[in-house]
Design a protein around this ligand. Structure first.
Ligand code: GTP
Ligand code: SPV
Ligand code: MN
Length: 615
């Protein structure tokens, strides 16, 4: 324990200068921590070391404060349930800002505000916002500590939930301070739940504020988040840093930060292929990342489920890492029949948020088992029975668990892997085929740029509404989306044409006239992966369509599944009329970016229209 001369506050934990030789970078870190403490006025400052002892202590504290419910260790050892405030259950895109110096660098898909005026607003809300609370300083690495594609950050937060979640989702460790001391750059992230406590105030289980700000300053590479305790708003390493800030770093340095899963597919012949897939929030990344193939001989190893950083290598291939260390996955729909791997991952050491509590002290959510228990306590803490007429778990309830605990995790999951294919997908009840292969990189970038998807519960707003979600990055791109497309094209130029990953569009969510899914999905998606691998190997032909290359239908393996010929036809139907309507919408969408849209994408649109009109 030391008392900082600057702030006069008591500091405990892995205080960096205690005994360490003076280092200019550490002095800068300390000065920044002091300045945030001076602004937010916490009672004390704790420097976190990421140790098990630390997380045990903080977990006990959360239970004692009524912020965690300890689950029955017989069913779920070392696992806890957090219930959020009912108003703080998802990302708040309307309060998410990209404060670049120039408005056009944020682009029309982001909320922009002048950095100076935003700093004024933030100063006002953060002023005294940690009064009565402890301020934690969490140094973390995205990617293995010291790894070649890794990046460092420090999160300051007054939320123990955030500290514990960051401990699972990132490599939070005092070792990061040694790298910082050695001069490795790092990203500043500041988080407050915005609920200061007076001397006589009692705390609540989930402190937060009605006023929310999720602010990225791309030029100075800073994140400021206020008022929310929820995942994407509060675990700043994740969407704020590893996507919004990192996408800008990638733009400037020649790499890509993507909302993607990462898997290794092993064919019956033992050949290994690496595939990354960008699907919007709650559209199937975790499920595909943990897929258990239903077709004989095929295996899948998990590498990541939400974020991938990509960098062209000197060998002309695209190299990929998962910068995260854990999974913050959607609970509902995760069950024995859909994602056994996830269910097995969650055996213990898991933080659950907004799921239902069973009477025996275990957790439950819609889809975990076919039948709901006769009685539960719902995510808001109310009695629940199957006739309650409302879900027991919030539709965006989540689990937080270490990646290392996943039974299908690859042994070498912390290393970079060379990419063989990139998939783009979304939730589309109509129009978009089960799988389409792009004819080349530029066509693939066009596919990614024009993805639309039905909205899910992962963000505020109306579920089911169709919206454009280019590259599944709409809420996560830290700069002008059109510049981002140009950057994808430029990165493609650095790859050797015969070694660049092949690009595909997939859609597990196409529906029949009665509203039922045409495709069984989940483990059966291995059949689509099989076709993709056979395409990469050059073993199967494809049919040319105006939309791209689709399978010769007989090549898609249907052994053991009940998908009729008619359903298969429907899954691959491309209706030129409705595709032309979408092409018009694409033109409108492109026009919102003015002249920043790369000409190559306008050319792709023109040639798509030409192919459709001729068909
Ligand atoms: P984020 O963590 O929000 O980025 O989402 P994610 O893309 O990882 O989504 P996830 O895999 O958690 O899936 C979200 C929902 O989609 C769950 O309710 C799943 O049950 C459902 N889902 C996933 N894969 C399939 C599929 O192949 N078919 C169908 N019908 N539903 C699926
Ligand atoms: C998403 O919404 O895409 C998530 C959850 O993966 S969050 O981390 O909250 O963004
Ligand atoms: Mn996500």
């Amino acid at each position: 324990t030391v008392t900082t001369p600057a702030s006069g506050r008591v500091e405990t934990g892995a205080v960096p200068t205690a005994g360490a030789p003076a280092s200019a970078p550490l002095d800068k870190l300390r000065a920044w921590v002091d300045s945030i403490a001076a602004l937010t006025q916490p009672d004390e400052v704790v420097w976190c070391d990421g140790s098990v002892r630390e997380s045990d202590r903080l977990t006990k504290q959360m239970v004692a404060e009524g912020k965690f419910i300890k689950l029955n260790p017989e069913w779920r050892p070392n696992s806890y349930l957090a219930r959020s405030a009912p108003s703080d259950v998802a990302r708040v895109e309307s309060r998410t800002f990209i404060c670049s110096d120039r408005e056009e660098d944020a682009g029309p898909t982001n909320n922009w505000q002048d950095p100076e005026s935003m700093r004024g607003e933030l100063d006002a809300v953060f002023s005294g916002s940690m009064r009565g609370r402890t301020m934690y300083v969490v140094p973390f690495s995205m990617g293995a500590v010291g790894g070649p594609l890794s990046q460092l950050g420090v999160q300051i937060t007054d939320s123990v939930y955030a500290v514990l979640s960051m401990g699972i989702m990132t490599r939070a460790s005092d070792k990061v301070l040694d790298l910082i001391a050695g001069g490795v750059p790092w990203v500043k992230t500041v988080h407050s739940v915005g609920a200061p406590l007076g001397p006589d105030d009692a705390d609540v289980p989930w402190p937060c504020s009605d006023t929310k700000y999720i602010v990225q300053f791309p030029e100075s590479r800073e994140v400021w988040s206020y008022g929310s305790g929820y995942g994407g708003n509060a675990l700043l390493a994740k969407k704020c840093f590893a996507l919004r800030i990192a996408s800008v770093m990638g733009r400037d340095e020649g790499w890509l930060a993507e909302h993607m899963l990462l898997v290794r597919i092993i064919s019956p012949e033992g050949k290994k292929y690496h595939v990354a897939a960008a699907f919007p929030s709650a559209c199937g990344k975790t499920n595909l990342a943990m897929l258990r193939p239903t077709i004989p001989g095929w295996r899948i190893e998990t590498l990541g489920d939400d974020i991938v950083w990509l960098r062209p290598g000197e060998d002309g291939r695209m190299w990929a890492i998962n910068p995260e260390a854990g999974f913050f996955g959607v609970a509902p729909g995760t069950g024995q029949s859909t994602n056994v791997t996830a269910v097995e991952t969650l055996w213990g050491n898991t933080i659950f948020t907004n799921v239902a509590l069973r009477d025996d002290g275990d957790v439950w959510w819609e889809g975990l088992t076919d039948e709901a228990p006769a009685h539960l306590t719902d995510w808001e803490g109310n009695d629940w029975t199957p006739d309650s007429g409302r879900p027991a778990a919030h539709p965006n309830s989540r689990f937080t668990v270490a990646a290392a605990q996943c039974p299908s995790i690859a042994d070498d999951w912390e290393d970079a892997v060379p990419l063989d294919a990139v998939l783009f997908g979304g939730r589309r009840a109509t129009n978009v085929p089960l799988v389409v292969e792009a004819t080349d990189w530029t066509h693939g970038v066009f596919m990614g740029a024009t993805i639309s998807s039905e909205k899910t519960a992962a963000a505020e707003g109306t579920v089911g509404e169709l919206r454009r979600d280019p590259f599944a990055m709409l809420p996560f791109c830290g700069y002008n989306m059109a510049d981002y497309w140009a950057h994808w094209l430029a990165v493609g130029e650095k790859l050797r044409f015969d070694r660049a990953p092949r690009i595909f569009q997939v859609n597990w969510f196409r529906k029949d006239a009665d509203g039922g899914f045409l495709w069984p999905g989940f483990g059966e998606n291995s059949r689509v992966l099989e076709w993709i691998v056979r395409r990469i190997e050059g073993q199967v032909p494809a049919q040319e369509t105006p939309a791209g290359r689709i399978p010769v239908l007989a090549d898609l393996n249907r052994n053991g599944i009940d998908v009729s010929d008619d359903a298969l036809e429907a899954l691959f139907a491309i209706d030129p009329e409705s595709w032309l309507v979408e092409a018009d919408l694409t033109e409108e969408f492109f026009n919102t970016f003015g002249s920043r849209v790369p000409p190559a994408l306008h050319a792709e649109l023109a040639s798509l229209r030409y192919r459709l009109q001729r068909s």
